[in-house]
Design a protein around this ligand. Structure first.
Ligand SMILES: [Zn+2]
Length: 268
């Protein structure tokens, strides 16, 4: 990607000279870490599509395919095998990622229920952090008693972020800065002690999120549920952006909880 710089040079007695040249610009990036193949779609599909449209390179890591625990519809078919379920879930994740504008989908294939996170997997995620150098990171809630793979993925993400910041880890590599970590919406928020502090308007990219949701043929029972969630968060976006006193007419939104303090120059 190239940016354009425009400079004017004024000299007495001479007309203004307009200088234009182009120079390489580094692209903004983001990293999404999803425990299973479909989590990034339900919970952050709108954020991914919206930022891809803004020019971000989005990397999605799927730690597993959710082959054992989140593929009940496939397992009900005659003669199903673990490998066939994994292939089907991988195809769905690829199709959804393409619809959303994901730059790179990386499948770690760690196994699910439970996730098998070993040192090799951790180092692989650290390498992804250092390569991508994300402006922000998105993963699961810190707690989820229904599905312990989800907070395990978040813990792994926070550990990998910390290791990627360490000067003593693979000295000589570019270390990671301090990207914000946003926690996307769990299935049942109260039990997960998840409390959003950011609501993102995804109305303009809802069509992409809906198309990505419909790639998840193995979990058709969740399509209407997550459409409902997006509509309710849209309602809350309207309320929190000014309501009837001039709020934005968002129809669909996604909510996130941020982990770290934001650093700002001005409160608004
Ligand atoms: Zn999941």
């Amino acid at each position: 990607m190239y940016g354009v710089a425009v400079h004017s040079i004024f000299r007495r007695g001479f007309p203004a000279i307009l200088m234009i040249w182009s120079f390489p610009m580094s692209k903004k990036t983001a990293l999404i870490v999803s425990a299973h193949a479909a989590d990034f779609v339900w919970r952050a599909g709108g954020a991914i599509a919206a930022h891809a449209e803004k020019g971000y390179d989005i990397t999605v890591v799927c730690l597993s395919f959710g082959e054992r625990g989140e593929s009940a519809k496939l397992w009900k078919q005659q003669g199903m095998t673990l490998e066939r379920v994994k292939e089907a879930r991988k195809d769905e994740a690829r199709a959804a990622a393409e619809v959303l504008g994901v730059s790179e989908l990386i499948c770690f294939d760690l196994g699910d229920y439970p996730l098998q996170i070993d040192e090799k997997a951790m180092n692989r995620l650290v390498d992804v952090f250092r390569k991508v150098q994300p402006a922000f990171v998105v993963s699961h809630s810190l707690e989820d008693p229904y599905n312990t793979d989800h907070p395990a993925a978040t813990r792994m993400t926070l550990d990998a972020r910390m290791i990627a910041q360490a000067w003593g880890h693979k000295p000589g590599e570019k270390i990671l800065g301090a990207p914000q970590v946003y926690l996307f919406e769990p299935h049942q928020t109260e039990q997960c002690h998840w409390k959003p502090d950011i609501i993102l308007d995804i109305t303009d990219v809802w069509g992409k999120k809906q198309a990505a949701i419909e790639c998840m043929q193995g979990q058709e029972h969740l399509w209407a549920y997550y459409t409902n969630v997006a509509e309710n968060r849209g309602n809350q976006f309207r309320r929190n952006s000014g309501g009837q006193a001039g709020g934005r007419p968002a129809r669909y939104a996604e909510a996130f909880q941020s982990i770290f303090p934001k650093t700002v120059d001005e409160l608004s």
